[in-house]
Design a protein around this ligand. Structure first.
Ligand SMILES: [Zn+2]
Length: 267
């Protein structure tokens, strides 16, 4: 048992070359579970292959809310960089449906109003609902990415009666974060929390049984001079220990318990 990073992108082209080093540093830092989130059918396939060779990697299969409407965005002339031609949303949803039985969660999925123009929000919601329905069918938790669409995400989840939810890198108001926690949802705090007033307040004020840790690696590094990686959740555990006035071992035990409860596995 140990710490869990519930949101990693180890299949990112910026991290793959150092895979062995990253996994070894995570192990040395006490990180025993790394939930690697897929972005689309192509990336999910890479996550699946990684999980087959790295026992600490737990696969989450999803469709990133920007990738869900990327073709439509390009048709509208909106630029969003992705290497190569992506599978269609329908292909990605079908891939998730076919492989949900192997996953620890469905994610990342959600609604993004930052990159995606409003004209495509209805289509994005349609895809989100399909993926949420798959999670319910497979009895799996969901890992939610949302930017500027937090309340709409919540409306849809309430309507669909979803209870097993991890909000990743939550950018909404701290009061809304607390309201989500009251509903039983968990929020994962990224490794740059020390530099973020909002994540610091969440760590201070959320019920401790609603907190998880993540990196979103290679993004949101605690050290701007380098990329983040799963080992960095140890620094966030240290920070939580300082804020909570408890030992790192107590934080670790709390995170293990929260992880096991949401994902129904041992950390
Ligand atoms: Zn992500």
């Amino acid at each position: 048992m140990g710490l869990a990073d519930v949101h990693a992108h180890l299949t990112s082209p910026r991290l793959v070359a150092d895979e062995a080093g990253i996994l070894e540093r995570a192990r040395a830092a006490g990180v025993t579970s790394i939930v690697v989130n897929g972005l689309n059918a192509r990336d999910n396939e890479a996550v699946r292959a990684l999980a087959a060779r790295a026992p600490s990697v737990k696969p989450a299969y999803g469709l990133y809310p920007v990738d869900a409407v990327l073709r439509e965005m390009h048709e509208l002339g909106v630029d969003y960089p992705r290497e190569g031609e992506l599978p269609s949303a329908a292909e990605s949803v079908a891939w998730v449906r076919d492989h949900a039985g192997e996953a620890i969660a469905i994610g990342e999925i959600g609604l993004d109003g930052h990159w995606v123009p409003e004209a495509l929000w209805p289509r994005q919601e349609e895809v989100f609902r399909e993926l949420v329905a798959l999670a319910l069918e497979a009895d799996l938790p969901i890992i939610v990415h949302t930017r500027k669409r937090e309340r709409r995400c919540l409306e849809i989840l309430e309507e669909m009666k979803v209870t097993r939810v991890n909000w990743h890198c939550f950018g909404g108001k701290v009061n809304l974060a607390r309201a989500l926690a009251e509903r039983g949802h968990l929020l994962s705090i990224p490794a740059n929390a020390r530099r973020s007033e909002s994540f610091t307040r969440m760590l201070e004020t959320l019920p401790r049984d609603r907190v998880l840790l993540e990196t979103d690696c290679p993004y949101l590094s605690p050290d701007r001079a380098r990329l983040s990686e799963p080992a960095d959740v140890a620094g966030t555990a240290q920070y939580a220990a300082e804020l909570w006035g408890v030992s790192v071992a107590e934080v670790t035990a709390r995170i293990e318990e929260n992880f096991a409860r949401l994902f129904r596995v041992d950390a």
